[in-house]
Design a protein around this ligand. Sequence first.
Ligand SMILES: [Zn+2]
Length: 961
Amino acid sequence: MGYKQFVADLRAAKEADIDAGVTEIRPGESEGSVSFNYTHQKLVSPLEIHVLDQNIDEYPEGSSFILFTASDCAGDSIVSFLSGLTPKLTGKSVQEVIASIARDLTTFIENPDESQEHSDEFEVADHSSQSDAWDEDDDDEDYEDQDDDAFGLSAGLPPTRQEPEIIIPLWQDKTDRQRHDLALAIDAGISVAAVGDRSGQLGEIIAMSINISRLGLTDDIHSIWGLRSSDHIMLLLQFPAGYPSLADFLTLQSHQAVYRARLGKCASIKPSLSSARSALSASQYSHKTETNDMHQVLPGEIQPPDADHQVKDDKFTPLHLFNSITTLLNQEFPALLRTRREHGLSWDSAQELLLRRTEGAHVRDANYSGSDAQHIADALEKNQKQQQTPNLPPILAQDHALEDEATFSIPLSMMLFSLRRLIQSSKYCASCHQRVTDGFEGMKPYVCSRPLCMDQYFSSGMAPGIEHDIINSPVVVDLLISFFFSAVSTLKIREVPKGLGLLTLYSEDLISYHDDLHAIAYFADRRVQMKTGGTQLRVGERLFLMDASSETGPYATILSYPLSRCLCRVTALDLEGFNFEICAFWKGSSAMPEHPITHQSLSFPTTSPDDTRSRRDGGTPVRVLRYHHLIDDLETPRCYSSLTVMACGIPPVSEMREFLIAKPGRRLSSWEKLDHQTYKLLHWIIVSNQSLIIQDNPGPGQSTDGEAPSTRLMGMPENWMQFRFLQGSPEKELTFQQEMKSSFEEQLARREKPFPTIFGWHGSHVGNWHSIIRTTLDHIKIEHGRSFGNGVYLSKDLSTSASYSGLNVTMVTSPDLVHPLPFFTWPHSVLQVGSAVGCCEIINQTDQFVTAEPYYVVNNIDWIQCRYLFVHINVHTLAESGLPFLQQTSRGSLGKLRQDPARHLLGPQSKPIDVPRSGVPIERFRMFPYLAPRWILDGENKSEEWTVGSSKGVDVDGILG
Ligand SMILES: [Zn+2]
């Protein structure tokens, strides 16, 4: 008996003639489940019904079926009715189960009243009082309308007077249990709403939420998460099979179907039933379904710029950025909780232990040596040491998972777990969910460095799309590609796109296959004739053509090859060769592509130097290189030069943007001008950025309203483009605030008015910034030969830091000078980045720095918080590009922040730079009110801005009675 029998019966059921509206009997998505469609003339569309035996090992005698449906046409009452059928199904065969469900459904749909009476035998509620209630409703017309809705049936069904109630004694107890659990959640500060109706439960869906403001994060973090400060973080929970006991819950396996969870946001404290339902059905079975769903509504999808404002207030929107938390909640949460409670472990230690058990047996790794018992003992000891988590806001400082059963709440523990994961999301791999141990924590969820996780993240649709960035932040995308290009072309890159299966070109290839290709290029016609024909190539493919007109020896890389080379895109194919257009070309032994001088020539020159000879001698013999080699296999210099070439094949951001906005919903991957490998590289460049970078004010000549933008640092010349810049996990801001508070507590108590922070510049060679935005500010700078100790180097004077950044001082002081270092820049860039400098806020405890003169050398990274990034750009190419400036943050003018006069920030020519108050979190002014603008202190907004909210959650629907 058991699974084998189930499969045999399922096969028999498929053959059998069940009729009664049943079609398409098929195996379900998990073991021991079966799905079928049920049709009835009164139903708008077929009902898809899923049946799962939770106790498949004892099928059929001991089977324990649950039923659910995700079909849109299933109204509340059908869902309720289906739930009520479960007890009747135990002991039946698959065929009998299906037949029984279909028969009962037909009866129910054709005569709901009769079914109602029939169900009375289950009822234990006080019948007489309920009858009274119905009597009162007798003349209530609204009530009848509601019923029609609830059935979701087509017109023609006689309206019924009431929802059929099927209450089973056992479930009545579960409602009490659910109420008990939700009361605990409300006490802990979580608001609870019951959405829709389900007999035997407090609602069809339970929505638990807190206002985002209670997480104590800054506006910048809200914005990178796609949230507004009025939003609620919301966890939806649904229990299709009834509310489980704690003991049952703890035994659930990862493919469980007892509950469904979905993390998202909602402007209202109670979501609409339809939005909640669709969010849950999208994630209901497996990760596979979820991935499909993501393809439709990924954050990277094109949305009209104002879509956010049109969203209805009560619409629940899944937070796709945090899909990994949803997956974890639906699959591993019960096992994690069980492990925690069994051994008294933390979430992290429980997760490590589970990984040891599932993976450890196969891995011969030092990490897995020692027994479980030893691991548990170590973990407990570690917990003792890390007992305190002072940086979490009060709501998250609660743990709850280890409470006794009498005071334990399943939904509360899930909600607290979700919130904690949310705020620490960048500490965990979005693919394997393990804590990232590489040390760096970014702003957004990302993956650990294990090749498997990288590959899965980028290939399975888990990673966010990039369309949204290209449309809304084209300048930032240009900047990210420029940083990458500078890093690979100057060999300064530390983070390389390995583990993605990225294919690139490799010069050895052609030297050995030279004789077979017989390719002749006619540059004037953009045509290559090949003996093998062009049909094995693909239109859109990038090819690298190398002049093969003279004998050449081995060269270290394709970029040290002494003859002309070009990167081209295949535009047409035939049996004799292919046509192409040039993406970039290199002359002589220069490693850098020929560089456009002005914007007009941003697309490469229409004739190459080889053209005259092509015409004269009837073509140039060339070697043709394809993207055929795994980047992971190339050693360093070849890898870097291959990536340099590939980056030249990324089209200008403005062109990609034009393609996307021409037709809403377009995906970049479907663009014929972008081949798959180049797309993968671009995707990685954008998504792997772990810092928040937002264009902060209009670029040169782009100021829209004529007024001086309030967010601009006053005194910076216009060829320094300003970006908002934040590094580290969302928790880092909280840590920074905490450090500030503890540093100045005594002074504040003495009623002194200290300046809690100072500002400093952090300069680094432009080739380092690709790594800086993925890791952290550069520490020691031995390369400059004047080390003042270990730590991050900052300076109050821009000239000092700019000299670190590869830019000489005269350039800093003459705004109109076009920088003389074009060879470091991405050829398609409109920014033509010549230099980049970070502007950071530092805790003003200079006597505790490693040194404060002539630089600030700070070795406590918690004392530094990045605020701005300034990029030295070519104002002409940007102005001519037509790239629009899109304001992403709307922060009002708060005036300038008062700075410590002894350590005022200095800009070009050592003139003072004023930092706007909007550059620091508003929380600052609560801690140090004398720094606040007057209107904030006096204004009526005060209470709203600063109150953290009551400690109790809201019982939205009065479910606690
Ligand atoms: Zn991982």
